[in-house]
Design a binder for this molecule. Sequence first.
Ligand SMILES: Cc1ncc(COP(=O)(O)O)c(C=O)c1O
Length: 389
Amino acid sequence: MKFRSLPEPGFAWPRWPNYGEEEAAAVSRVIASNQLYAKEEVLSFETAYAQFSSSSYALGVGNATQGLHLALAALGVGLGDEVIVTPYSWISSASCILMQNAIPIFCDIEDKTFGIDPIKLEECISERTRAVILVHMSGYPSRVHEIKTILAGRNIDLIEDASHAHGALAAGQRIGTVGRIGVFSLHQRKALAVGDGGIILTQERELYEKIRRLRSFGDQELSYNYRMSEFAAAIGKVRLQNLDDDNAIRRRNHSHLTEELGDVNEIEVVQPAPSDTAVFYAVLLRVHGELNARSKRLARLQNSGLPLKQTWDPLHRHPHFNPVVYPARGIPWQMDNYDGPMRDKIYAAVSLPVVESLCPHGLWELPVHPPVGDAEIEFAVEQLRHVFK
Ligand SMILES: Cc1ncc(COP(=O)(O)O)c(C=O)c1O
């Protein structure tokens, strides 16, 4: 195979999302209706998403960050409560805990699915633990059933941040329906992309009603305006019809990369657990080798036109949990009535060896959304093989 040191003229990794006439028609329909804030389009998108997910209820929101905040608010998590969360995620998975003035407890990840490690989870549970937020990163299901079993009978609620995992299955069950609440992002970069948007799933009528009240000016308790727009819902309905096909293409691209890179030292194409069906919002590559060499390789690959990026820094080191400016709402783990494990600790100093060894340099993400297909995957393989030879 001949190595192309530079992309072919005109080569560009396909853009995502690939909107077309149907999305344009959906937006025009909303404009023509003169009903722009949440009404019929949102209702019908919610019904369609609930059906797609085999979920009893679905609620559209403005984005997943709002959805995660609503989840904790609806479950009554607040001052003095601890919420166990993965340190490998986007900030929203953990900042929502501060929005309720509760205390995040970061639990290390396991090094296969890169979700919360069920064994370490046990060690993080205290009498203050009220909820666990796990994340199915890049569309690889976490060990959600195992974690649910650990929490059973303990009065600790499970929330799935399924922002990357639309259509994924854990042991045959739709992601987002295993925990009490599942939250999906519909941000432009996500596998079901509407620009900005989010969906919350729950199987419980009372919880559904509570979330609905908190979402839009419920009058008895502090509530929000976290509604989805009609535009987002109208686009969402179109995208949902393509989701299974889009996911099939992502899976095919993942298999293709797996076949072609199996013999390359220092790169591992990350595989989901055999019982699960991942959707590969991005394919994860685990990269080994010396740190400096990894950075140089990544820069060369990016220069060649591959949209590869290393993953995020671990969240326990994020400034939100290591504030340099005293926040007006206070610091929940420094309040007088809190005597839990974070009382006199500094988040950045907590030792989480697995996530610290992997994030940000040890995991690279390659988006493989359609129309990425054989030509792009072969190009990626050529570049990776060359750089890692
Ligand atoms: C894992 C995860 N959770 C939550 C969010 C927040 O999503 P949104 O942008 O819809 O608020 C993101 C966004 O990137 C994410 O990646």
